[in-house]
Design a protein around this ligand. Structure first.
Ligand code: FAD
Length: 487
């Protein structure tokens, strides 16, 4: 599906069918937070939502928010964090970070945590130890990024920052959105459902002044006196855009999201000159853990070479795997740590078991001696509790020397990797859409997954780095568009 949208000239539409100060397009987490803050800033707000109700991909997410700097949950679980520590980590771990956006996000993280709670989003004062995709129950705090991965653990004190809203397992997103949608209703913010924005309306000066909305009965033109806030989600589900920007993944992997995450926000922004960034950015994943013991294995490419610290966040491991020849990778374990990966949805197949490394190397079609050399070097380091090549943490190091040995195929072409996109429109500190020269486009804001994320590749993503910035910058855009003083 190739999406197109051309801006409509205000002079050509006659009169407006309806008006509001701030029009919010999409009612996932970013749109809901933008609407709430715009309303509280004194604006007359109208939400326009394509689906028959709010929620978006946010409602099917696991509900993990990346928050830190010393939240009540961090304190209750015995961790010390600060905004500086959080920023040090994010600045180091993110490629081409936007210093201003990262600082704001970190400086206000504790306040944002309190704000979310005050909207009714519940967070338990509890933690979940160990490396998991997400905690199985309603536990809140866990490690979701590369904080403990070298070199980041030497740059910033590693602390967990994944805060899962208190829904069992993967239902945290539904719990969070239930609360935020209830708040929107409680505060009387009107919403037009089953209504799809198909174009932006611009005046003679090129300022965005409204939107065109398609309903089953025809098109409406709705004026936005102070601003339009685009919050339509990512481009995950748009096959044509995925093929254009991330051809490799669109061939091998499975996008996650809701069908309406079709990239329309990006297309609308581009129609008025907004710039895009990181359009090839993705967070792909097919975790090898749990169980944690598999992290003690090594991951090698088809040449028998290691290429990533195995204790990296699963999105980082996936990104490095994507860069290997043929996107091929194997997880190698010995008899002492053998276990099947618990995330059966990842479909990491056991290839076979072998008595010797030499046999395994041959069966995997690797160059003669390559895997033997890799394992000999790894085992030599491991015997001393070290990993001189990738500096895996000591907890995950042991010599792989107890035969028989086994290999799981974790290649992109074999396992079931799922992915979401990280690219989108460039934005400023208030969520204002920027053009290629970095100038704000008057009347247009972009928040959530249709804006380019803070982390722009799976190497630097951490679970929670969509919902937390989406809700935080959603709030900022709402306040700014309403004319109220921003955070
Ligand atoms: C299974 C899964 C688990 C995830 N878990 C996490 C997690 O734990 N933590 C995390 O940070 N991220 C997670 N993510 C990613 C995260 O959910 C999304 O990035 C985030 O929800 C995006 O929020 P949003 O408000 O930008 O978009 P959405 O929540 O998708 O909302 C966009 C809304 O816009 C509407 N819309 C679209 N087009 C139009 C149009 N033309 N006119 C009007 N309305 C329109 C849509 O119907 C939708 O309601 C997960 C994603 C998935 C799929």
């Amino acid at each position: 599906m190739s999406l197109k949208s051309e801006a409509v000239k205000q002079s050509g539409i006659g009169r407006w069918d309806r008006s509001a100060d701030v029009v919010v397009v999409g009612q996932g987490i970013a749109g809901a937070c933008a609407a709430l803050e715009a309303r509280r800033g004194g604006a007359e707000v109208l939400i326009i939502e394509r689906a028959s109700g709010g929620g978006g991909a946010s409602a099917i997410s696991a509900g993990v928010f990346y928050l830190g700097g010393g939240t009540d949950v961090q304190k209750a679980c015995g961790y010390e964090d600060s905004a500086d520590n959080m920023a040090r980590f994010l600045m180091a771990n993110t490629e081409h970070p936007n210093d201003e956006l990262v600082r704001l996000f970190c400086n206000h993280s504790v306040e944002h945590f309190h704000w979310l709670e005050s909207q009714g989003v519940p967070f338990e004062r509890s933690g979940y130890p160990g490396k998991v995709f997400f905690p199985p129950g309603t536990e809140c705090l866990y490690s979701t990024g590369n904080e403990k991965v070298w070199p980041y653990r030497e740059i910033a004190e590693p602390v967990p920052r994944g805060h899962k809203a208190a829904g069992a397992g993967e239902t945290g997103g539904a719990v969070a959105m239930h609360a935020l949608l209830a708040k929107c209703a409680e505060e009387g913010i009107p919403a037009l459902y089953d209504s799809r924005v198909t174009a932006l309306v611009v005046n003679e000066a090129g300022h965005v002044t409204g939107v065109r909305v398609r309903q089953t009965t025809g098109d409406l033109h709705i004026e936005a006196r102070r601003g339009v806030i685009l919050a339509t989600g990512g481009l995950n589900m748009n096959e044509a855009m995925a093929r254009e920007h991330i051809a490799l993944l669109s061939d091998t992997s499975i996008p996650i999201g809701i069908p309406y995450n079709d990239g329309i926000g990006i297309v609308l922004g581009q129609s008025v000159g907004a710039a895009v960034a990181a359009m090839d950015g993705v967070m792909a994943t097919a975790p090898i853990y749990p169980p944690e013991q598999l992290i003690k294995g090594i991951i090698v490419n088809r040449n028998g070479e290691r290429f990533v610290a195995e204790d990296a966040y699963h999105g980082r491991t996936a990104q490095f795997t994507m860069e290997q020849p043929g996107q091929t990778a194997y997880l190698i374990v010995d008899a002492e740590i053998f276990a099947y990966p618990e995330m059966t949805t990842a479909r990491h197949a056991l290839i076979d078991g072998w008595e010797t490394v030499q046999e395994m190397e041959k069966a995997l079609g690797m160059p003669t001696g390559a895997l033997q050399k890799t394992m000999a070097a790894y085992n030599r380091d491991a015997a001393a509790g070290e990993d001189n090549q990738f500096h895996k943490q000591g907890d995950w190091i042991k010599p792989l020397d107890v035969g028989p040995y086994a290999a799981f195929d974790i290649s992109f072409t074999k396992s079931a990797y799922v992915y979401m996109t990280l690219g989108g429109l460039e934005t400023g500190i208030h969520g204002e859409a920027l053009d290629a020269a970095g100038r704000p486009i008057q009347g247009l804001y972009v928040v959530g997954a249709c804006a380019a994320h803070i982390p722009r590749s799976g190497k630097s993503y951490a679970s929670g780095l969509s919902l937390a910035p989406g809700s935080f910058f959603g709030r900022r855009a709402g306040r700014h568009a309403s004319g109220a003083v921003s955070l």
